[in-house]
Ligand binder design. Sequence first.
Ligand SMILES: *Cc1c(COP(=O)(O)O)cnc(C)c1O
Length: 386
Amino acid sequence: MGRSIDTKCLHLEEDEGLFENYGAISFPIYQTATYAHPGAGRSTGYDYSRLQNPTKNHLEKVVAALENGTDAVALSSGMAAIALMMELFKPGDHIIIDSDLYGGSIRLFDNISVKNGISITRIDCYKDDIESYINEHTKAIYIETPTNPMMNVTDIEKTAKIAKAHGALLVVDNTFLTPYLQNPLDLGADIVLHSGTKYLGGHNDTLAGFIVTKDEELGERFKFLLKTIGCGIAPFDAWLILRGIKTLGIRMERAEKNAKALAEWMLEEESITKVIYPGIKEHPGYEIMKKQSRGFGAMITFQVESKEFALSILEKVRMIKYAESLGGVETLITYPTTQTHADVPKEIREKNGITEATLRLSVGIEDVEDLISELSAVFEEIKNEK
Ligand SMILES: *Cc1c(COP(=O)(O)O)cnc(C)c1O
């Protein structure tokens, strides 16, 4: 039997090169752009760091192992990963995307993919009849589950079967749950994407992205694309992400525990009109998540009574930071309308349920009592000002 995910965050099955590296427990940073060759036509396997760099390659092996994939490429950001993945497609191809996605992904599909002649159909994959949107040119279905920020849950296994039946790829952006809580490749997905900037790095200090697959041919194509386009992660950043991954398990468990407690508190808080967290039994995706994930993550979306109330919260938070991004040890609060989802057309935002009174919380690993008391104090102050 293979090792558990907690152990895989720390150790590859083989400690490659350990003793050539003086037994260094922390994998070294190979800060080199190029490599000497021992002779004409001979190579150590490392020619140029755009593709081959030991620190980057080690990180790729770790992430592939965590996702139960055979191949991974490490990119300079999550968006670089998505942009590189889209190079699989050519003009005339058709892609089905979920309508509630990370704002940057929507911006990429709307502005870059469409310009490149790829047609896009936007549907609600968690509830629409996906099959009825597939045509002879459909090459992929692209989802996040749960979605950003509305936390819609799509059945990965079911969607993978539909994709397979029509010769299309299922691509899953697994940033929100991480391989610690969900492994889409095991459920039939063909490609898993990550913004490693979020939970994998975990410290709000480094940008990174990943593409993982268990199909050898796809793996080779991604390496070719990476070598050709050149958006791989830098060695030092790869090392920071490797360090972050070592604590992925304990960070995810703590953040999720905090999120559950916070979501329960929010349900009772009168200033909050709606709590969207898939770990609440009433959430429509709860049962599917129990089936396909090992947890519910630490992202909470919530609504307050008005835009003014939402903006006041952003003005008044102190320890909780008003900032874009998610998945770090620090709790962040985000205003999707003007931040992560500013470039999503207003009518789509509204259709998805993102209003000017919607806020998103990335719950960190602070003491949850301190998070609750800060939010209580903020709500109290706002109510007293009215
Ligand atoms: C942040 C994010 C991205 C983009 O990743 P970057 O590292 O910021 O480029 C993609 N998908 C999801 C779900 C994200 O949260």
